[in-house]
Design a protein around this ligand. Structure first.
Ligand SMILES: Cc1ncc(C[n+]2csc(CCOP(=O)(O)OP(=O)(O)O)c2C)c(N)n1
Ligand SMILES: [Mg+2]
Length: 199
């Protein structure tokens, strides 16, 4: 049996690399860890999910369809995508050209205590997305591969999936702004301007 390749990338470095390339792209981060990695409170163009598991990709799809002139990137975890796995089919059918999904795949549910996910047992999210007609899918293990994948996230025609295999390092789970309604309003106002009807 061939030995399974291990993720060695550091999730916070991956997030920093992606953020540095984001330009004015809109981002959605999934509950918990990718939201913490992204320091969401510091990015007005980022909307974070923080408890609603399985919803990040669908939130990003809605945003991409509503904002066809903007680039939309969803960054979330492997466990989050396994829970919302039907999202791959819906994204494939809707086929938004301005949409990309990056899965930070540590093969664990890290936030809840490092239980193994199915990606550790051979479930291949890139193949799932390919079977759902994504325009491009790939799995990256190295910095070089990640650098080469960045244009797919921000420039190439979507829908795109990049699975980024990372190590099992855990980081402090903290978010500076914890008010979900405020986070939503802030993102919306930044994108669309203040809505008088809100207040
Ligand atoms: C419906 C639902 N089930 C379970 C949870 C608890 N939960 C919060 S984070 C998480 C793990 C997420 O794993 P993953 O997406 O792989 O992120 P990681 O922390 O590994 O980067 C779980 C199970 C939840 N928030 N909602
Ligand atoms: Mg995970």
């Amino acid at each position: 049996m061939t030995e399974k390749k291990k993720g060695t990338l550091d999730r916070r470095q991956v997030m920093a690399t992606v953020q540095a390339a984001r330009g004015d792209a809109l981002m959605v981060t999934g509950l918990g860890s990718t939201t913490y990695d992204a320091g969401t409170a510091d990015h007005l163009n980022t909307f974070c999910l923080w408890g609603g598991m399985g919803a990040a990709a669908m939130t990003g799809l809605g945003l991409a369809l509503a904002q066809p002139e903007r680039r939309v990137l969803v960054m979330t975890g492997d466990g989050e995508m396994l829970m919302g796995i039907g999202a791959f089919a819906t994204i494939g059918v809707q086929h938004p050209k301005n949409f990309a999904l990056a899965v930070i795949d540590n093969e664990h549910y890290s936030e809840t205590g490092m239980q193994a996910t199915h990606t550790q047992r051979g479930v291949d999210l890139a193949q799932v997305a390919a079977a759902c007609s994504f325009a491009s899918t790939q799995t990256v293990y190295t910095e070089e591969e990640l650098d080469a994948a960045i244009p797919k996230l921000f420039a190439d025609e979507g829908p795109t999936l990049v699975v980024i295999k990372v190590n099992t390092q855990r980081y402090p789970m903290s978010i500076r702004l914890r008010d979900g309604a405020r986070l939503k309003d802030r993102f919306r106002e930044n994108l669309l301007g203040a809505a008088e009807a809100y207040y």
